[in-house]
Write a protein that binds this ligand. Structure first.
Ligand SMILES: [Zn+2]
Ligand SMILES: [Zn+2]
Length: 399
């Protein structure tokens, strides 16, 4: 029963709360989507974790599925990360802070706050953490990455308070979940690629990460954003989204050597799109988001002297030939890009908040928590029944 009380009679210490700010009542269960082995997932109840020290407990609101989640489901490992114990999947999430550890309030986080989750916890004391490159911390604990057994496809997830990033009211929970892959784009294009306005950027691979890299380049004011992919549907999508130009490499000739093919395609990219090999209008930045050997070669060939090459895609062949002659004689800046680090989440959120990046067209499918496995299968297929590209599948929270 509620009574109407004139506001002047309310005790002044009481904080006025709108219904949406009311702290959510904690539930006493924690349904979780748990990987036991290759193609073996189960729904399990896990204990509701208790926030310690500077930790906060987040009730998950939306989770995106990405290629790495599918890879664990289908192979049980990625590189030297091998599943040894049952592991809850999921790492691209947003939610609401529902409980604070005793020291968590210091960071400004409060109960009821809507947040994007940054799912990698570094040690904070090694040289790399102290130098501000915490993404390289050798002691990183990353959600749904062995030996860590926790993932965000659950009702609740624990994180240190500084790794939950507040999202403004105009940013949806789905957008909040997409801040994880968008931060990969920010790290590659802005933090490492140092993309500036009026530059020309080429992105190899028009999957989720490639598209987000294109979106960041466009948001930072790139003059041309060139998408390269071997699937026409993906290029059509890229063009309708943010790409200014698209290029689909021809098939390799029957007797054509790999190097000759890559040189021929690189020349074709430049000539067909009217891009000079050097000087104004040349390609300043390559983002390689496929890991395919031919794309690596083309990405280096097409750069103008003193250009920057960023490798973000992880292919199956990690010991591939690189045209070092180009790297040396054009004095290219070549770097790898791993996850995200200092400042990447805040910039990702800012770009979306200001309408410079629109994440909505990228969410192509939505699933209830009980149908999570379907989201994995759809992500694996990469196309829906009608042949349309599957960019990002979002899973709703447990009811
Ligand atoms: Zn991911
Ligand atoms: Zn560290």
């Amino acid at each position: 029963m509620s009574t109407l009380v004139p506001s002047s009679q309310e005790p002044t210490t009481q904080v006025d709360k709108t219904p949406q700010d009311q702290p959510k009542a904690l539930k006493n269960d924690n349904p979780s989507f748990v990987l036991h082995g290759v193609d073996n997932v189960k729904y399990e109840q896990r204990p509701v974790p208790e926030p310690q020290a500077d930790q906060v407990l987040v009730e998950i609101a939306a989770t995106g599925i990405c290629g790495s989640d599918v890879h664990y489901l289908k192979h049980g490992s990625i590189g030297h990360f091998v599943l040894k114990e049952p592991m809850c999947l999921g790492h691209e999430s947003s939610g609401v802070v529902v409980k604070l550890g005793p020291e968590a309030g210091r960071s400004g986080v409060s109960v009821g706050m809507r947040v994007a989750l940054e799912p990698g916890v570094s040690c904070r004391s090694c040289g790399l953490c102290k130098a501000g490159t915490y993404e390289l911390c050798p002691h990183m604990s990353f959600a749904a990455t062995p030996p860590i057994i926790y993932g965000t496809l659950a009702r609740y997830y624990l994180l240190p308070a500084d790794l939950v990033h507040p999202i403004p009211s105009q940013v949806s929970f789905e957008d909040g979940a997409m801040m994880e892959p968008l931060s990969v784009g920010v790290h590659s294009v802005s933090t490492l690629g140092k993309c500036k306005t009026d530059q020309n950027v080429i992105v190899f691979g028009a999957g989720p990460v490639g598209l987000l890299c294109m979106a960041v380049a466009k948001a930072l004011g790139a003059r041309r954003v060139i998408a390269v992919d071997i699937q026409k549907e993906r290029l059509d999508f890229a063009k309708s989204y943010v790409a200014t130009d698209v290029f689909m490499p021809e098939a390799r000739g029957k007797d054509e050597a790999a190097d000759a093919y890559c040189s021929r395609m690189s020349d074709l990219i430049l000539s067909s799109l009217n891009i000079p090999a050097l000087g104004p209008g040349g390609i300043d930045l390559t983002i390689e988001a496929t890991g395919a050997p031919s794309c690596v070669q083309m990405g280096i060939h097409v750069l103008k002297p003193s250009g920057t090459y960023v490798q973000v895609g992880m292919g199956s062949n990690m010991t591939l030939p690189v045209p070092l002659f180009d790297v040396i004689t054009k004095q290219l800046n070549v770097t790898g890009s791993f996850r995200y680090g200092a400042g990447d989440y805040p910039l990702a959120i800012s770009l979306v908040e200001r309408g410079l990046v629109d994440l909505k067209p990228l969410v192509t499918q939505r699933y209830d928590f009980k149908d999570a496995l379907e989201a994995f299968e759809m992500t694996r297929q990469g196309k829906d029944e009608s042949g349309k590209p599957v960019i990002k599948c979002i899973i709703r929270p447990p009811p």
